[in-house]
Design a protein around this ligand. Structure first.
Ligand SMILES: Cc1cc2nc3c(=O)[nH]c(=O)nc-3n(C[C@H](O)[C@H](O)[C@H](O)COP(=O)(O)OP(=O)(O)OC[C@H]3O[C@@H](n4cnc5c(N)ncnc54)[C@H](O)[C@@H]3O)c2cc1C
Length: 461
């Protein structure tokens, strides 16, 4: 009787990776969470192979970890010793672009950037966009319900998925490859697999929603004196641009000046320093008309005291310069180590008080702590980095911040997910009844606890 590994190899057209063939890239994601080396890495190229692997794992009680592009920031894709890693990298490619329905059908391992470029080549846009676009996969984006830079206009990944196919823990294939915006024929099963981080099924294919490509774009960096004025500015621009505001990225001075003072090649276009900066974009249908509207609206905002100063991009290069400041977060690792990275949401109305509460808690408990703050404010989403220079303080920072998130009725994860990193803090954002229902779903779909076990939900005794 062949052993498990031999049987597994027979399910796959491509070689199973074991021992020294398991390279570093399958061993951890972008988080600093602990990881181990899996017993093997399976790289299925078809949904039938994924199904066969899960049937076999179910028979043998073999636990698996699912891997996309491994750009996750919460340790969800990190393998543990004794787990089988299933990488979706070979299940990649675009199956169809239906221009009349404005949909694209893709395999789960397709990199996000490949999807964006294929949409653009046909005059469309797939509006999910994030810094990891070149490496993350659409299956990973769907499983984490990724957010990114254009959520205020197009919603999170959930809003961009019309249909989905997934393989359950016992190998059953659930194909809901719907192309229609309206479909109320009973339960919307795809939602079980969106944002559940691979704990209920393995996403294998999806039907994505496309939008017509914008014909104009206007960008500006705006200086603001205090947070209440940021909210006034958001409301004004949302009203003035009538549905075409496509980015509203706020950077507190701590984050902005850390980047512009330290990262080579990134400079501030302002001569003076300001308390807050907002990167704003409008995407519309006619450049000349939109530019006039954009500049008039920003002029009004300055006149009405909502903004102190504004620099409007006059070229793509200038626009990229603005985004380099916002995306400069990826460079911070060169300068500071042992950082606690937060991705939380709180109601916009509570944001200022929330940040003040954290600063005060940190000051009394960890006086050396520093914070760099920025965020997708229109989505209630704050990102910040806290650090003292001591690795042993990270846990205390997690405790302080997540407890405060709970007090402000916020979410411990706005967009990155729970993975293993936030397992112990989920109760600050979810009630005991909600957590119990999540466990019921997990038990119903994966009774043997094979799929991404010990991620997202605490393991039941
Ligand atoms: C520089 C940078 C910028 C980022 N910016 C953003 C941002 O703006 N917004 C945001 O939301 N995130 C952001 N992220 C986080 C990350 O890119 C996203 O979470 C992304 O969606 C993960 O995709 P992935 O393919 O890399 O998934 P992985 O890291 O491989 O996996 C993430 C989770 O999904 C599961 N999974 C992966 N594929 C599947 C599948 N096919 N079926 C079932 N489960 C699966 C994994 O088991 C794991 O639990 C950023 C990361 C980096 C490094």
């Amino acid at each position: 009787m062949p052993n498990f590994i031999e049987q597994l190899s027979r399910c796959l057209a491509s070689p199973l990776l074991t021992g020294a063939d398991i390279s570093e890239r399958y061993q951890h994601d972008w988080s600093s969470e602990t990881a181990g080396v899996p017993i093997a890495v399976a790289r299925p190229g078809t949904v039938e192979e994924v199904s066969a692997i899960m049937k076999l794992c179910s028979e043998h009680g073999q636990k698996v970890v699912v891997q996309g592009g491994l750009t996750g920031l919460c340790g969800g894709g990190n393998p543990r010793a004794q787990e089988l890693a299933i990488s979706l990298e070979r299940l990649s490619g675009i199956e169809e672009i239906d221009t009349a329905s404005m949909t694209m059908t893709v395999k789960a391992g397709t990199p996000l950037q490949v999807i964006q470029e294929a949409a653009a080549a046909q005059g469309f846009v797939f509006p999910l966009d994030l810094g990891a676009r070149g490496t993350c996969n659409i299956g990973g984006n769907i499983s984490t319900n990724a957010g990114g830079n254009q959520v205020l206009r197009f919603g999170m990944t959930r809003n961009l998925v019309l249909g989905l196919e997934a393989v359950l823990a016992d190998g059953t294939v659930i194909s809901s490859m719907n192309k229609m915006l309206k479909n109320n024929a009973a339960y919307d099963l795809k939602q079980l697999f969106i944002g559940t981080e691979g704990t209920l099924g393995i996403v294998t294919r999806a039907v994505l929603r496309l939008y017509p490509k914008a014909l104009s774009r206007c960008s500006a960096l705006i200086a603001v004196s205090e947070f209440p004025k940021v909210i006034e500015l958001l409301h004004k621009l949302t009203r003035d641009f009538a549905g075409t505001l496509s980015a509203f990225e706020v950077m507190w001075h701590s984050y902005y000046h850390f980047i512009t003072d330290n990262v080579k090649g990134i400079t501030s276009p302002f001569g003076e320093r300001h308390p807050l900066y907002v990167l704003v974009e409008l995407e519309g249908g006619e450049q000349e008309r939109d530019q006039l509207l954009f500049e008039n609206s920003l002029g009004d905002a300055i006149e009405q005291g909502m903004a102190t100063d504004a620099v409007v991009a006059t070229s793509q290069r200038e626009r990229e310069g603005f985004w380099k400041i916002r995306d400069g977060v990826a460079e911070i690792g060169q300068f500071i180590r042992d950082v606690a990275n937060f991705d939380v949401s709180v109601p916009i109305s509570a944001m200022q008080a929330f940040l003040a509460a954290i600063e005060s808690e940190l000051k009394s408990n960890l006086p050396a702590a520093k914070m760099l703050v920025f965020g997708h404010i229109a989505d209630s989403n704050l990102h910040f980095l806290c650090y003292t220079g001591r690795r042993e303080d990270i846990k205390a920072m997690y405790s302080i911040v997540y407890r405060t998130v709970g007090q402000f009725h916020g979410s411990v994860s706005a967009e990155h997910g729970i993975g293993v990193q936030k397992l112990n803090y989920l109760h600050y954002s979810r009630s005991p009844a909600e957590l119990a229902l999540m466990q019921t779903l997990k038990q119903a779909l994966d009774p043997k606890g094979l799929l991404n076990s010990g991620r997202v939900l605490l393991q039941q005794a």
